[in-house]
Design a protein around this ligand. Structure first.
Ligand SMILES: [Zn+2]
Length: 127
């Protein structure tokens, strides 16, 4: 997949993102960020996508807060795909942001703080 296949002019290639592979927690390559145009609390809405050499493409939305879910996709900014882990079909990985108490959520938090981007149940990769 070449960035030129999917990027629109405002997209950033080789971007920096807290996004990691939700399956192996490995760093992603070919990280891309798409500006979604909206703004909440001074933060641009963004779509982050990146590729794990072992597990494929993943993406998530950042809309003023850390992402609630990380989605496996067929290509950056593409359609959700199914991944099978331990015989279970998964279409999304919930992040620990869902578990953050409301009082803490209402504080001014950094949506790019990687602590909140971790997936709830870390699944280790098997080979
Ligand atoms: Zn991976």
């Amino acid at each position: 997949m070449r960035p030129s296949d999917v990027l629109v002019p405002k997209d950033k290639a080789n971007a920096i993102s807290p996004l990691r592979c939700p399956i192996c927690d490995g760093s992603l390559e070919q990280v891309m960020i798409r500006d979604l145009g909206g703004i909440t609390a001074d933060i641009n809405w963004q779509l982050h996508a990146g590729h794990c050499p072992e597990h494929g493409w993943f993406q998530c939305e950042v809309i003023a807060t850390p992402p609630r879910e990380i989605f496996p996709v067929d290509r950056p900014f593409g359609s959700t795909r199914k991944v099978v882990i331990d015989g279970v079909d998964l279409f999304a990985f919930a992040t620990v942001w869902n578990d953050v108490p409301l009082a803490e959520r209402l504080k001014k938090i950094d949506p790019f703080d990687r602590t909140y981007w971790k997936v709830r149940h870390q699944v280790t990769s098997r080979s």
